[in-house]
Design a protein around this ligand. Structure first.
Ligand SMILES: Cc1cc2ncn([C@H]3O[C@H](COP(=O)(O)O)[C@@H](O)[C@H]3O)c2cc1C
Ligand SMILES: O=C(O)c1cccnc1
Length: 358
């Protein structure tokens, strides 16, 4: 077998028996039918992913941040210089970044992976096991990666998901870090949802009107190149993504094959998820969307994936923050099914009339 060919098995869907059992269990708990609203649906999704009802409370939720620089940043599409990526990696390793604080607060641990940071700073060496290159090609005029680099990055993402699941992770979140990354992410969303550049270009890290126009031109030019390889997800990653986003796509695809639920974060994770769904059709059943952020392309991607975000917080940072913000609600939804008393157990009378079927 040519081991350079990326092969994905067919994804299994979350367990229908566990889903039905969780829905039935909800109707027995001491609350009016459906009264916990979306929390009920979330708990049912967790039960289906785990293949058991009641579901187990999560013990090792894990955030993996994929860091990389982007050649397109040199075209003035970000509010910040590329050196911020390596600096932020350092902050994540010492615990001062937003994701560290939010994850600690929610009870998740964080791992940082340097896929393509444009630096050889000592701080990044320990996390550079999977590093594919420094930066990426400027996607308005050239491919982000070579074919071999794109494949290596997807493979790395898969290996990282495998290692996390084998290490006991029972819920995964993919975070992004990389100045300029909202540009390739927007191109991927436009390419895979059939959207026009103006519909996907947002303010990223906080760009002004002039930078917005440069970003729109970059997205237009990159999209023209991306549209020639739409049918081939790895070629699309090579042309348009970068090693960080390619690894993220491999990670999200592999999580579904390992039957491990995922909370999606913002624009960049959603763009990687669109590609992962192309790599492994049906993978999206293993994902829920943490929140709707401020980027227009994020909303387009979630719509395309038919995922209804849990929160609407206008978080537009990335790093996994929007997903981690939803984590406490996923925990609650799981524990409701695992720990609430039934009418029978509590000696609490049921309803006078059957609840209407919903
Ligand atoms: C201090 C800082 C921390 C961040 N953490 C995530 N991002 C996010 O914003 C950047 C993408 O936006 P753009 O495409 O406009 O550059 C990426 O680094 C992304 O991870 C950050 C950005 C900054 C400036
Ligand atoms: O929505 C996101 O994830 C996002 C938006 C801007 C910059 N970085 C990430």
């Amino acid at each position: 077998m040519d081991d350079d060919i990326l092969e994905f098995a067919e994804v299994e869907q979350p367990d229908e028996h566990a889903r039905s059992a969780a829905i039935a269990l909800h109707s027995k708990l001491i609350k009016p039918a459906g009264s916990l609203g979306r929390l009920e649906e979330l708990g049912v999704w967790v039960a289906a992913c785990q293949g058991q009802s009641p579901p187990r409370p999560f013990t090792r939720p894990r955030v993996v941040v994929f860091a990389g620089d982007h050649g397109i940043a040199a075209k003035g599409v970000s509010a910040y210089p590329s050196e911020v990526t390596a600096q932020l990696v350092g902050s994540m390793l010492t615990g001062g970044a937003a994701i560290n604080v939010l994850a600690a607060s929610a009870g998740a641990s964080v791992r940082v992976i340097d896929m393509a940071v444009d630096s050889d700073a000592p701080a990044t060496r320990s996390i550079g096991e999977f590093k594919v290159r420094r930066g990426s090609g400027s996607i308005d005029v050239e491919d982000a990666l070579t074919d071999a680099e794109a494949r290596a990055a997807v493979r790395a993402g898969r290996a990282i998901a495998d290692a996390e699941v084998d290490g006991g992770a029972d819920l995964l979140i993919a975070g992004d870090l990389g100045i300029g990354n909202s540009t390739p992410a927007s191109v991927l969303v436009a390419a895979l949802t059939g959207s026009e550049p103006v519909a996907v270009v947002g303010r990223g890290s906080g760009i002004d009107d002039n930078a917005w126009m440069r970003k729109a031109a970059a997205v237009r030019d990159a999209l023209r190149r991306a549209r020639t390889v739409l049918a081939d997800p790895v070629a699309l990653l090579r042309t348009t993504a970068g090693a960080d986003i390619a690894a993220m796509a491999g990670f999200l695809a592999q999580a579904s094959l390992r039957k491990t639920p995922v909370i999606l974060d913002g624009l960049v994770a959603a763009a990687a998820a669109l590609v992962a769904e192309e790599l492994v059709p049906g993978a999206r059943q293993w994902w829920t969307a943490g929140q709707r952020g401020g980027e227009p392309a994020h909303a387009l991607a979630l719509e395309h994936l038919d995922l209804d975000p849990i929160l609407d917080l206008d978080v537009r940072l990335g790093e996994g923050t929007g997903a981690v913000a939803a984590l406490p609600l996923v925990f609650m939804a799981t524990r409701v099914l695992a720990e609430m008393a039934t009418h029978e157990q509590a000696g609490v009378s049921g309803p006078l009339i059957e609840a209407p079927a919903t």
